[in-house]
Design a protein around this ligand. Structure first.
Ligand code: SAM
Length: 214
């Protein structure tokens, strides 16, 4: 993602009510934070938040947390979130997913969405890909036993890498498609910003669902 430094974004984030500031302290207490026992779904690398905003609106009985590394991007999601003040099931965290275990306890998350994650094409950066065995080990801890990782990307190299890494980490691929928009899995699909951009250019969208046997 091309990053433009948005002036004052750090200050906006520091004082915004939809951004969680002491996330480490909420670890193990997310249901108390939301004040209900609804499932918790997170999106890692949510960008400007189009996808998770739409999901949260459609599913008021699910708690959503959008995670984004960069302030300049997160601030755009906050602008959208501010338009939906009556919604009480969506919050954001500015953090690098590398530290996700500091924020969620064992079996605290029901679903993880990864949408158009950065491909990190160089071999030496493979560990940074959000579908690497390195990250799958984190997801293994924080997801409930029946939890799912749902991953979409335009990038076929990253997708093929993921199809290899998932079984290597001991996970199972429940289903996958190399052309989501022309597949049986497209029903109810919510497009992300990147998805809209790539599909408008005619690029097929890859999607997979993964789980582990517990
Ligand atoms: N998910 C959005 C979409 O599909 O439109 C944005 C996709 S964009 C290519 C990837 C986003 O993931 C960027 O906003 C980037 O800052 C964020 N990101 C990448 N690595 C991350 C990490 N380790 N932790 C948190 N966010 C990350």
């Amino acid at each position: 993602m091309r990053l433009r430094n948005v002036k004052g974004s750090r200050e906006i984030i520091a004082t915004n009510d939809y951004v969680i500031h002491e996330e480490d302290e909420i670890k193990g207490h997310w249901h108390e934070f939301f004040g209900n026992d609804n499932p918790i779904h997170i999106e890692i690398g949510m960008g400007k938040g189009q996808f998770i905003m739409e999901l949260a609106e459609r599913n008021p009985n699910v708690n959503y947390i959008g995670i984004e590394k960069y302030s300049s991007v997160l601030v755009r999601a906050i602008e959208k979130r501010e338009q939906k003040k009556d919604m009480d099931n969506l919050y954001f965290i500015r953090m690098d997913a590398e530290y996700i275990e500091n924020v969620f306890d064992t079996h605290e998350v029901d679903r993880i969405y990864l949408n158009f994650s950065d491909p990190w094409p160089k071999d030496r950066h493979a560990k940074r890909r959000l579908t690497s065995t390195h990250f799958l080990a984190f997801y293994d801890k924080i997801l409930v036993p029946s939890g799912r990782v749902i991953f979409k990307t335009d990038n076929i190299d990253l997708f093929n890498f993921s199809l290899e890494q998932i079984p290597e980490a001991g996970w199972i691929i429940e289903n996958y498609t190399n052309d989501l928009h022309h597949s049986e899995y497209n029903e109810g699909n919510i497009m992300t910003e990147y998805e809209a951009k790539f599909s408008a250019m005619g690029t097929p969208i890859n999607r997979l669902v993964a789980y582990r046997e517990k």
